[in-house]
Write a protein that binds this ligand. Structure first.
Ligand SMILES: NC(=O)c1ccc[n+]([C@@H]2O[C@H](COP(=O)([O-])OP(=O)(O)OC[C@H]3O[C@@H](n4cnc5c(N)ncnc54)[C@H](O)[C@@H]3O)[C@@H](O)[C@H]2O)c1
Ligand SMILES: O=C(O)C(=O)C[C@@H](O)[C@H](O)[C@H](O)COP(=O)(O)O
Ligand SMILES: [Zn+2]
Length: 369
């Protein structure tokens, strides 16, 4: 068990990581429950797998649960589902001082967090992440959002949770493919800023995706520590520090858009491909050696993740992918900063990248192999 504090003046919060702690949710979340019922959001899968445990845990403290259950998948991060959720929360009399519980992966967390941000101009929420990706990344840091036709996470707010309960036992029911997708955001922390952790991932990644308890808890804890440190330094991504967490995402979000935000390519899988592309592009610009780029590729491939965009079978050009990138939220006065590598564990923001060259590079990658 570990408790990691996200230090934010007046709005700091704890992230609890441990095996089985969901059963203690009534006690751990006691400061954030004021009534005899709470509103909780899940998707069909997270509800079926772990809704009963949350009900039992809160029930032991005399608290009932009202559920809003979304369909699984990225489609829930939409205007339509947000509208339904907000109306449902209003019907259920949720007040500003209340906390909404989000039980699920990053989709449930991002949707619930955004609903909490706008409901009555901001009410509280508690994150109970049930995917590896959500435990190591999306439940921490307060980025909340829905997608629009133009792209990923384009409407949202920074709104921090009051508490995060990451029970690694909930990952026992997660499909293997989702473990791989979550692992991409784990190894990201090593690639962007922690060469020792990257080396640990090279040696232990298979144990993490196989859910070996000790390795899994270590990976979640170390990832949350890294994210908490970065978020405390640059909560709203204004200084460039937090932008490093976007490693692989400019490429990755373009791939998600091109594949229609569908099960064809999960967010974590897109980020894995995006990190390979960022490493290769860094080598193309001579920031890192080809050996280092290959080492990144190899570490990602060993987790069973795809590393070649050519294998996605997308009917598009490098220019099409580059066009998606122009919706990136990092765009600044017509320039798109890229998160590239000066070494493994040394990401930086490059504001000099030429989009024409990125498009040419992507065209090559689409044809490789
Ligand atoms: N806010 C952030 O900082 C941040 C960070 C990273 C990713 N994200 C967002 O997170 C989303 C991806 O999150 P995700 O990978 O968790 O996907 P997800 O929420 O879609 O969950 C993946 C799948 O697992 C199922 N599931 C969830 N928990 C389960 C469990 N314990 N047992 C069985 N099935 C379970 C879900 O129903 C879904 O089918 C993307 O929208 C991405 O943009 C946000
Ligand atoms: O927390 C952050 O900051 C991140 O960038 C984490 C990412 O893994 C996550 O996918 C995030 O939602 C992407 O941010 P966005 O601003 O590009 O939507
Ligand atoms: Zn991500």
């Amino acid at each position: 068990m570990a408790v990691i504090r996200v230090e934010l003046a007046g709005r700091g919060y704890d992230v609890h990581v441990g095996h089985g702690l969901l059963d203690n949710a009534g006690y751990l979340a006691r400061d954030f429950i004021r009534k005899d019922r709470v509103a909780a959001v899940a998707d069909r899968n997270s509800h079926a797998a772990h809704g009963g445990r949350l009900e039992a845990a809160l029930g032991a403290s005399g608290v009932g649960v009202d559920w809003f259950i979304a369909e699984p998948g990225e489609g829930a991060k939409s205007w339509g589902v947000l509208e339904k959720l907000v109306d449902w929360l209003l019907e259920h009399g949720v007040e500003r001082g209340d906390h909404i519980f989000a039980l699920g992966g990053g989709v449930v967390g991002d949707l619930t967090g955004f609903a909490a941000a706008v409901l009555k101009r901001g009410c509280g929420f508690v994150q109970i992440p049930t995917t590896l990706l959500a435990q190591v990344d999306s439940s921490v840091g307060g980025k909340t959002a829905i997608n629009t036709r133009a792209g990923k996470n384009l409407v949202g707010a920074f709104h921090q949770p009051a508490l995060v309960l990451a029970d690694t036992a909930t990952l026992g029911t997660l499909p293997a493919r989702e473990m791989g997708a979550g692992y991409a955001e784990v190894i990201k922390y090593g690639i962007l800023g922690d060469p020792d952790f990257f080396a640990w991932c090279e040696a232990n990644g298979a144990k993490v995706t196989a859910r070996e308890a000790e390795a899994l808890e270590y990976a979640v804890t170390r990832s949350v520590e890294a994210k908490a440190r970065i978020v405390a330094q640059d909560e709203r991504e204004t200084t460039g520090t937090r932008a490093l967490l976007n490693l692989g995402h400019t490429f990755g979000h373009a791939l998600e858009a091109e594949t229609g935000f569908s099960d064809r390519l999960l967010h974590g899988e897109a980020v894995a491909l995006g990190m390979v592309l960022a490493a290769r592009y860094s080598a193309r610009l001579d920031y890192i050696s080809l050996d280092d780029a290959n080492r990144v590729t190899q570490a990602i491939a060993s987790a069973g993740l795809r590393t070649e965009i050519a294998a996605l079978g997308m009917d598009c050009t490098g220019r099409d992918l580059a066009a998606h990138m122009l919706h990136d939220k990092k765009m600044d006065a017509g320039t798109l900063p890229f998160i590239l590598l000066r070494g493994i564990g040394e990401a930086f923001v490059d504001r000099q990248v030429a989009m024409e060259d990125v498009a040419a590079f992507l065209s090559e990658q689409l044809q490789a192999h």
